[in-house]
Design a protein around this ligand. Structure first.
Ligand code: M6R
Length: 606
C-alpha cells in the first residue's frame, strides 16, 4: 500500500521522484504528490487526486527545480481521497511522506494543540509531532527518533526540513524502505523496482531503524540513536522486467510470460532423471525433514489459494503429513496451537503483506520453524523467516496475482516432493510429479498460445453477466476459488468459488439468467462426480463453461479442452486459462486492468 520515493543528489529531484512514483503506482493510486527543496531552501509541494499522470499534469504548469525531495502515491487509510489528504504532508519545518498506520494519532493530535490540521490523516499528526520536537538545536534525526518512540502502529517515512538542506531522514517499522546508494546521489524507495536503472547497491532498512541520507550516502541508527554498521546489498532484477514489453497491460504480460518465470522457479531444483526434487533454501537436515509431521501454510488472497492447492499435493506425496492452510488475517488473532513437529510455510508474493507478516511473528513466538515462499527478494517476510525459498517469478506489477500463484504452488510442491523421500513417499509418484514439473513450462506456453483467442471470444460472450460461480472438486477446488477471485477483482463481476460437492448445500439456489458457472473438470477418478454438479446446474437452466482435459462427451454451453500429457498438475494449467478469461472480461468491460479500483498490490496495512 502506498509508494514512497525520495532523492538527494545532483539531478533534478522532480524527474526522479515522478519516474519512481510511476513505477510504484501499482502499490496505491488514489492520489499522489511530491515535495522538493529548491536552491533557496524553499519547499514546494504539489499534490493531486488520481493517478501519477494527474500529478505530472499539475507539475507541467508549476515545475519544481530542487535537488532534494520526497514523493508518495497513496492508497487511502485515514481520510478520503482528496488533494488535502494526499502526501507529502507539512507541519512547521517538517515535510513528510508516510506509508503505514499511526494507531494512536487521535491521542497525539489532542496533545498537539498548537497545530492546525488541514487533513484528516494520521500522517499530518506525525509531521506535527516531529515538528514539535524539532527545536532548541535538536537535529532532524533526533527529532524524528524522539517522535517515533511515541508511535503505536506502523510506518515507513521520509522527512526533510528547510532547516537542514541536503538531508533526508527515513525510518521504518513494518513498512518497507530501501536506500539506494548511487554516485553522488542517494535514492529512497518503498520497493526496489523504483531504484532499478539508478543503482544496484542498497541498504534494506530493518524495523526500528532510522537513516540519515545525503548525496554522499546513508548512516543508519536505532531509535535510541546507536550507530549501526549496515552492509549494502545488491538489488536483483532489470528494467525490462518492470516494463510492459509490447503487451497492452502488465497483467497480460505476466500471464503470458509464465513459461519463462516458471522455468526460473524450477531451475536447479528438479532432477527428472533421478525423479527427485530439491529446494536448497529451507536448509533442513535429513533429520529435520524426517521430523516434520505437520505443515501449516499461511497466506492471503491468491497466496492462500496457492497454499490450498499445494496442501492437496502434499497430502498425496507425503503419507504421514497433516496439513492446515490458514488465512493470515484470521490466524493471527486465533489462540492457535501447533504441534512441535510442525513447519510453517509463509506464502507471499510481495513479502510485505501485514497480516501474513503478523502470523509469521506469532508462529515464531511459538517456537515453530518458519519457511518463506516469497517472490520479492529482500522483502520483510523473506528476511524474518528462518529459511525458505524464493519463487523467482520476477516483478509482478499488475495488482492481480497470476504468475506468482503458479510459482508458489510449484515451490510448495517441490518442498513436499523433497520431504516425501524421508517419509516413505511413493518414489514413482514423486518421479511422476517431477516429470510433469519438467514439462509444465512448455505446456503452459502451448496452452496459453493455443487458447488465447478462444478465451477472448468467450470473455466477450460472458462479460455482461452480473454473477459467476466457479466450481471444482479435489485439486480443482482451489482453482475454482482462485478463478473467482481473479474475475471479481479485475472485472467487478460478483464471483464466488465453491467446491462443486457443496452446490446442493446452498449455492444452487442462486442460479438464474444473471449467473454463469465455470466448471473445472479433471480427467481423473472423480470425473463422473465432477460432472454431477454440472448436470445439476444445467438442469436448472444455468449457463455453463467447462474447462477440462477430458476427451469424454460433456454437455455445456462452452467447453475449452486441453490436450496435454500433464495430469497431476492439470489444475495449474487450467488456471492459466481462467487468468486469460478474467483478463479479457475486464478489458471488454473497459476496466483499469492493472490497477483495479480500491485495491493495491502490496497490502502493508491491516
Ligand atoms: O503479496 P501477497 O502474496 O502476500 O499478497 C496476498 C494478496 O493480497 C494477493 O494475493 C491479492 O489477493 C491479489 N490481489 C490477488 O490477485
Amino acid at each position: 500500500m502506498c509508494g514512497i520515493v525520495g532523492y538527494v543528489g545532483g539531478k533534478k529531484a522532480q524527474d526522479i521522484l515522478v519516474g519512481g512514483l510511476r513505477r510504484l503506482e501499482y502499490r496505491g493510486y488514489d492520489s499522489a504528490g511530491i515535495a522538493t527543496l529548491d536552491d533557496k531552501n524553499e519547499a514546494h509541494i504539489t499534490r493531486s487526486v488520481g493517478k501519477i499522470a494527474e500529478l505530472s499534469k499539475a507539475l507541467e504548469s508549476e515545475p519544481q527545480t530542487g535537488h532534494l525531495g520526497i514523493g508518495h502515491t497513496r492508497w487511502a487509510t485515514h481520510g478520503g481521497v482528496t488533494e488535502t489528504n494526499a502526501h507529502p504532508h507539512h507541519a512547521g519545518n517538517i515535510y513528510m511522506v508516510h506509508n503505514g498506520i499511526i494507531e494512536n494519532y487521535k491521542e497525539l493530535k489532542a496533545e498537539l494543540k498548537d497545530y492546525k490540521f488541514a487533513s484528516d490523516t494520521d500522517t499530518e499528526v506525525l509531521a506535527a509531532l516531529i515538528d514539535s520536537n524539532y527545536k532548541d538545536g535538536i537535529s532532524l534525526k533526533d527529532a524524528v527518533a524522539k517522535s517515533l518512540k511515541r508511535i503505536r502502529g506502523t510506518y515507513g517515512i521520509a522527512v526533510f526540513s528547510p532547516k537542514e538542506p541536503g538531508t533526508l531522514v527515513v525510518a521504518r517499522l513494518g513498512s518497507p524502505l530501501i536506500i539506494g546508494l548511487g554516485q553522488g546521489e542517494t535514492l529512497i524507495a518503498s520497493d526496489a523496482s523504483a531504484l532499478l536503472g539508478y543503482t544496484r547497491e542498497a541498504i534494506y532498512l530493518n524495523d526500528g531503524e532510522l537513516a540519515v541520507c545525503t548525496d554522499k550516502g546513508a548512516e543508519v541508527f536505532t531509535l535510541s540513536l546507536k550507530h549501526l554498521d549496515s552492509k549494502p546489498e545488491t538489488i536483483e532484477g532489470d528494467l525490462a522486467q518492470i516494463q510492459k514489453g509490447g503487451y497492452d497491460h502488465f497483467l497480460l504480460k505476466e500471464i503470458m510470460e509464465q513459461a519463462t518465470t516458471l522455468h526460473n522457479t524450477l531451475s536447479g531444483r528438479i532432477d527428472p532423471k533421478a525423479g527427485k526434487m530439491h529446494l536448497g533454501g529451507p536448509n533442513l537436515t535429513e533429520k529435520e525433514m524426517r521430523d516434520i509431521h505437520h505443515v501449516v501454510i499461511v497466506g492471503c488472497g491468491t497466496a492462500y489459494y496457492a497454499g490450498l492447492l499445494a496442501s492437496y499435493y502434499m497430502e498425496q506425496l507425503v503419507p504421514d503429513l497433516t496439513t492446515e492452510v490458514v488465512i493470515a488475517s484470521e490466524y493471527r488473532y486465533r489462540s492457535f496451537h501447533l504441534p512441535k513437529d510442525s513447519v510453517a510455510l509463509v506464502v507471499s508474493q510481495s513479502g510485505e503483506t501485514a497480516d501474513t507478516l503478523a502470523c509469521l511473528r506469532e508462529i515464531k513466538k511459538r517456537g515453530i520453524k518458519t519457511l518463506g515462499i516469497v517472490n520479492v527478494v529482500g522483502s520483510t517476510i523473506a528476511r524474518e523467516v528462518d529459511g525458505g525459498t524464493y519463487v523467482h517469478a520476477g516483478p509482478e506489477i499488475s495488482v492481480a496475482s497470476t504468475k506468482a500463484f503458479t510459482a508458489q504452488v510449484v515451490a510448495m510442491l517441490m518442498f513436499a516432493g523433497m520431504i516425501a523421500e524421508y517419509h516413505g513417499g511413493d518414489p514413482k509418484l514423486i518421479a511422476e510429479f517431477t516429470r510433469e514439473l519438467e514439462i509444465l513450462p512448455a505446456e503452459i506456453e502451448k496452452t496459453l498460445n493455443d487458447n488465447r483467442e478462444t478465451m477472448e471470444k468467450l470473455a466477450k460472450k460472458y462479460s455482461k453477466f452480473d454473477h459467476a460461480l466457479y466450481l471444482g472438486r479435489d485439486t480443482a477446488f482451489p482453482i475454482a476459488l482462485e478463478g473467482a477471485l481473479k474475475l471479481k477483482e479485475i472485472s467487478y463481476i460478483h464471483a464466488e468459488g465453491y467446491a462443486s460437492g457443496e452446490l446442493k448445500h446452498g449455492p444452487i439456489a442462486l442460479i438464474d439468467d444473471r449467473f454463469f458457472e465455470v466448471f473445472t473438470i479433471l480427467d481423473n477418478w472423480l470425473f463422473d462426480k465432477s460432472c454431477g454438479g454440472l448436470h445439476e446446474v444445467r438442469a436448472r437452466g444455468g449457463k455453463t463453461i467447462v474447462l477440462t482435459n477430458s476427451k469424454a462427451d460433456i454437455e455445456a454451453d462452452d467447453i475449452v479442452r486441453i490436450d496435454s500429457p500433464i495430469k497431476l498438475l492439470m489444475p495449474i494449467l487450467l488456471n492459466t486459462l481462467q487468468q486469460l478469461f478474467a483478463y479479457y472480461v475486464a478489458v471488454d468491460r473497459g476496466n483499469d486492468v492493472d490497477q483495479p479500483r480500491n485495491l493495491a498490490k502490496s497490502v502493508t496495512v491491516e
